[in-house]
Design a protein around this ligand. Structure first.
Ligand SMILES: Cc1ncc(COP(=O)(O)O)c(C=O)c1O
Length: 410
């Protein structure tokens, strides 16, 4: 039988202006082409320690236990939830978009007693609503999304840690879509476990999930580790002893691997670690505040440009993520035809949507390496031409002009 060996990988040069993945910073790609090291080679363990230290700055935390989970952002979510909760644990989850729904789905698989604070897609939860739910349901764990790319809204998290401590609740936050673009202020918020990904504002590829764990969450997780030949957990809940139901995602084991004990667990995904380390170095060289300001300028420019084209934005200005913007598809315009022309004629990808917003909004992202003035001006210029071709009347040139002025803070 003839063997088809296909062609070498040679992807088209697309500009990825959707909700992620985005184009990877060339320095990250270069770092990822370096050769392997043995996992206990002193150079490798040194790189691991450096990566932990770099991500403490990225997460704005002093948490000793700050490292990488090997896998996409969802791996980080699953590791956090399976390690924090067990069958019967009462968990309160904010569900205001696709990724809040993902949290509840994972918690249900674990067998948790899942309670949800359900909101319309695009809404955010108030501290008051969360406190009322704490009083009513007395959860052990609270979980929410910081920036839900499915709605492009950011959940405010100021005061959340204090509230959780008042009610003895452990907190988990998914910051996949905001880390590297908006302040993910772990110590300021006092949240317990936070996970992320690289493929959005960190300007890396999907496949590594940075995580940070507070001391009190680490204590809780270590208390669940099984003792006596793996038959029992030392954590007693409702009189039953349950161990962490995953080996790969058992954070007690993963924490030991990333500690000076270096207890072998998995083989660290060396290439992803090189990429994650470089992505963090780039971010810290730029400076957190400068980087957040760059993403804010990008968000401002996209909003102003889209409005000047006569488009309406989805969601509330007060809670907008700075790095991805939802735009209503105008009446009579075929959203998929626009995306197709953007890709085929301009090599630009913009995002579609999910669930109740599917076919109703586009999502334009400017994240990490792509949160730049020129990428936004190219995208809006292309969008103007495409909308015109699709029969939607726009004021020619207005989008780019407005975006430029907004980028410059005019
Ligand atoms: C907020 C949020 N959480 C989680 C994920 C899942 O990430 P991954 O596809 O890397 O597993 C995404 C991906 O879009 C996301 O936007």
């Amino acid at each position: 039988m003839a063997v088809d060996i296909y062609a070498q990988i040679n992807p088209p040069r697309r500009l990825l202006m959707g909700p992620g993945p985005v184009n990877v910073h060339p320095r990250v790609l270069r770092a990822m082409s370096a050769d392997m090291l043995g996992q206990f080679d002193p150079e490798m363990t040194q790189y691991m320690n450096e990566t932990m230290s770099l991500y403490r700055h990225v997460f704005m935390t002093g948490n000793q236990r700050t490292f990488l989970i090997d896998g996409t952002a969802r791996a980080g979510i699953e590791a956090a939830l399976v390690s924090l909760i067990e069958p019967g644990t009462r968990v309160l989850i904010v569900r205001a978009g696709r990724f809040g729904a993902l949290l509840s789905e994972i918690a249900e698989r674990i067998g948790a007693d899942v309670l949800t604070l359900d909101l319309e897609w695009g809404e955010v939860a108030t501290l008051e609503a969360i406190e009322n739910a704490f009083i009513e349901h007395r959860p052990r764990v609270f979980a929410c999304i910081h920036g839900d790319t499915s709605t492009t809204m950011a959940q405010p998290l100021e005061g959340i840690g204090e509230l959780c401590r008042k009610y003895d609740v452990l907190s988990y936050v998914d910051a996949t879509a905001t880390l590297g673009g908006m302040a993910v202020d772990i110590d300021g918020w006092s949240v317990d476990v936070v996970t992320a990904g690289l493929q959005k504002c960190m300007g890396g590829p999907p496949g590594s999930s940075p995580i940070t764990i507070s001391d009190r969450a680490a204590e809780h997780i270590f208390a669940r580790r099984h003792v006596e030949k793996g038959l029992r957990s030392s954590d007693e809940m409702d009189g039953t002893r349950v161990r962490i139901a995953s080996n790969y995602f058992d954070l007690a084991m993963v924490m030991d691997y990333w500690s000076e004990k270096r207890l072998n667990h998995h083989t660290e995904a060396t290439t992803m670690l090189y990429g994650a380390r470089e992505a963090a170095r780039i971010m810290l060289e730029e400076g957190l505040e400068t980087r957040f300001a760059r993403h804010r300028a990008a968000g401002r420019a996209i909003c102003a440009g889209a409005r000047a084209l006569g488009l309406e934005l989805f969601g509330q200005d007060a809670y907008r993520m700075t790095n991805v913007t939802g735009i209503w598809i105008p009446e009579g315009v075929n959203g998929e035809a626009v995306r197709h022309r953007m890709r085929e004629d301009f090599e630009i990808e913009i995002g579609t949507a999910f669930g109740p917003l599917a076919g109703r909004i586009w999502r334009i992202g400017a994240m990490g390496y792509n949160a730049e003035k020129h990428t936004i001006l190219h995208t809006l210029g292309a969008l103007e031409a495409v909308l015109t071709a699709e029969g939607f009347e726009v004021s020619r040139g207005a989008g780019v002009d407005a975006a430029l002025a907004a980028w410059n803070g005019v």
